[in-house]
Design a protein around this ligand. Structure first.
Ligand SMILES: *Cc1c(COP(=O)(O)O)cnc(C)c1O
Length: 359
């Protein structure tokens, strides 16, 4: 068996050992004679899987007892609506920092429910940075300040989280569990699973308990955090198999030494790739250095007419999914937790080879 080097932005690479364990347990999960996907979510076996996954996630990220961890469906996109519906708590204003495509979507959706004010934007420089905190026009009466910790398409990442008066809310879909985070700084953190947690179909919401229970009366039950919290995320059938696989990924992260070790490995991978880009006159990374993402690395070739050849040569070496997002073009290498240093090394040596031959 030989696995491709997968640089997909999401759904994305999963650790081979996790997939092997899932394969080994596919037909008979630990003597039950059933696959996890055939089990009742109310069975003792599945409750154990669910509780273990939550406990491991809490331990990895350092989530205190004053926070709920919810295992939901609907993707991060559904949270764009759920957040204002739950967190406005009678207020009419929320603040948003606009750093690229995903924060733009969050802003647009929130605008259906409140005055979703953009308090800072990097639009003028085509989203190549995070606006300085000093320039954020935070409203005193805002229910929360929303940021996207890592813009998956633009490759721009918060490397520190500024103090804000109102509750800080972060879309961490593409960098959750890639580094330690001080959860107590946030009112709410959310993330779709398919980048750094597991397969698609699961969304994690970490929300401080006192923020739950104040949803607008007309909020659909499926979007009301209180409904999910009271039912341990089993108010209806949860995405059981994805939850199980996420649990295997959490064990894998713990075995890897936890988030401090994972952050180091990620920093090394990112440095390998950015250094190669910066050292060449042929490749260019558009994001300003202090804001570059360690998860999604967009880059362009000196001549866009060579893009198709670059991608074809990459594919021949099983370097997959390097085409940039359709909205920005060029290339993008997503190097999430499960993408190995070996895959990044293979990419960098192909890039050097392509530059020698075609640059
Ligand atoms: C992928 C992504 C989303 C959307 O996730 P879905 O699960 O497709 O709804 C939102 N925000 C960020 C930062 C993402 O990377």
């Amino acid at each position: 068996m030989s696995r491709a080097h997968n640089f997909a932005a999401g759904p994305a690479a999963l650790p081979t050992s996790v997939l092997e364990q899932a394969q080994a347990e596919m037909l008979d999960f630990r003597g039950t004679g059933m696959s996890v996907m055939e089990m009742s979510h109310r069975s003792a076996e599945f409750i154990e899987i669910a509780e273990t996954a939550e406990a491991d996630f809490r331990e990895l990220l350092g989530v205190g007892d004053d926070y709920h961890v919810l295992f939901l469906q609907g993707g991060a996109t559904q949270q764009f609506a759920a957040i204002p519906l739950n967190l406005l708590r009678g207020r009419s204003v929320a603040n948003y920092v606009h750093t690229g495509a995903w924060s733009a979507k969050a802003i647009k959706e929130a605008g259906k429910y409140c005055d979703a004010r953009v308090i800072a934007t990097s639009e003028a420089s085509n989203y190549d940075c995070i606006p300085e905190r000093a320039a954020w026009a935070v409203d005193d009466d805002a229910a929360y300040v929303h940021i996207c910790s890592n813009e998956t398409i633009g490759g721009v990442q918060f490397h520190e989280f500024p103090e804000v008066g109102p509750e800080l809310v972060a879309d961490m879909s593409s960098d959750i569990l890639s580094r330690p985070v001080d959860v107590s700084r946030f009112g709410l953190i959310y993330a779709g699973a398919q980048k750094n947690i597991g397969p698609a179909g699961l969304t994690l919401v970490v929300v401080r308990k006192d923020l739950v229970g104040h949803a607008r009366p007309q909020t659909p039950s499926m979007l009301d955090y209180a409904v999910h919290a009271e039912a341990d995320s089993m108010s209806n059938t949860p995405p059981t198999y994805t939850w199980y696989l996420a649990g295997l990924v959490f064990k894998w992260l713990k075995d890897a030494g936890g988030l401090q070790a994972v952050q180091q490995a990620n920093a090394h991978k990112a440095a390998t790739l950015y250094n190669a880009i910066d050292a060449s006159n042929f490749y260019r990374a558009p994001v300003a250095v202090p804001y570059r993402s360690s998860m999604n690395v967009p880059f362009t070739l000196a001549d866009a007419a060579l893009d198709a050849d670059f991608l074809a040569g990459a594919k021949a070496r099983r370097l997959m999914n390097l085409k940039g997002h359709r909205s920005v073009g060029g290339m993008r290498a997503s190097i999430y937790n499960a993408v190995s240093q070996e895959s990044v090394d293979a990419l960098v040596s192909y890039m050097a080879e392509f530059e020698r031959e075609r640059g």
